[in-house]
Design a protein. Structure first.
Length: 306
């Protein structure tokens, strides 16, 4: 979706997952992407990061993305692109307690033994990673496929150890129903407020793990409200029912979009223990340069606002 809005976008996201636990999981993302009309291409820069407090495990990614837009017709377009990322993983194992460190008789905790000597207490690992994806859009529908970690890079902290990061496959799509128009949004351009309902899904699979998000968003310009369900019925003993997500946001005429979502945990972890999850997103979209010089205009893809 790099450059898919045919605008220049700058944004960031922050997520605090399970703050009710002693050791929560925090993640953030910042990005900028731009559409080059003359080459039907999108270019972008993205920075992702996450941190888990128990082992102080931090993963940071800087990626360059490119996409090409093949215009099949005025309303039907096919995009495909890729991303190359430099990833840094850092961890501190000095605060961890391994089973071999515990004296069963006295309960005392000793030093790290020889079996764990291959793990440095303060460790870092650097590697490259690559992702590819494609997106097919019509006036009101979209369908995309993506593959992450296609080279299955080694993420092991242990010297000469091999721990391949499996390929993650994903499929996402949806449809937007137009509900007519509201009042005039801009008297100068004579544009009207959008009224629409969008439904969609996002399925991901990585090695034996899978996840399905399904949901809907109602856009009553400038207000966005939505509800999502994360879970997937499985044949295993543990049910794959994770959360119900509520979302609210505003899409301002200035090009600023602000959104907030909260995950209500419905698994056995439950909302009282986990504290759910909070996520905030902010984005600013604008048209770079003079569109008249290229005889082009910015288009809005039918995908979700958040």
């Amino acid at each position: 979706m790099t450059g898919a809005s045919e605008l220049t976008r700058i944004g960031m996201n922050y997520r605090n997952q399970w703050p009710g636990l002693n050791h929560s999981f925090n993640s953030y993302s910042a990005y900028i992407d731009h559409y080059v009309f003359d080459y039907n291409s999108g270019i972008g820069l993205i920075v992702n990061g996450n941190r888990e407090s128990l082992a102080q495990l931090a993963t940071n990614e800087v990626g360059l993305a490119y996409s090409y837009n093949l215009k099949i017709s005025e309303d039907i377009q096919w995009r495909f692109g890729g991303q190359a990322s430099f990833i840094s993983r850092d961890a501190y194992f000095g605060d961890l307690i391994f089973g071999s460190m515990i004296d069963i008789g006295s309960g005392s905790i000793g030093a790290i033994d020889d079996e764990l000597s291959g793990i440095a207490l303060d460790y870092n690992h650097r590697f490259m990673n690559y992702h590819f994806g494609t997106l097919f859009t019509t006036k009101n529908a979209w369908l995309g496929l993506a593959a992450h970690n296609i080279t299955e890079p080694n993420v092991s902290f242990v010297d000469e150890g091999i721990s391949a990061l499996p390929v993650k496959y994903s499929a996402h799509g949806g449809y937007r129903f137009n509900l007519g128009y509201g009042g005039i949004n801009n008297t100068f351009t004579n544009t009207y407020q959008e009224r629409s309902l969008s439904i969609g899904f996002n399925y991901k699979q990585q090695a034996p793990f899978n996840q399905l998000d399904v949901g809907a968003q109602l856009f009553l310009d400038p207000l966005v409200v939505g509800v999502w369900y994360r879970g997937l019925p499985t044949k295993y003993r543990l049910p794959n029912n994770e959360a119900i997500i509520g979302l609210v946001g505003v899409s301002l005429p200035t090009g600023v979009d602000i959104g907030y979502s909260y995950d209500f945990t419905v698994s056995k972890l439950n909302i009282r223990n986990s504290g759910g999850a909070h996520e905030i997103s902010v984005r600013y979209s604008f048209l770079w340069g003079d569109p008249k010089s290229r005889n082009q205009r910015a288009r809005t893809i039918p995908c979700f606002h958040y």
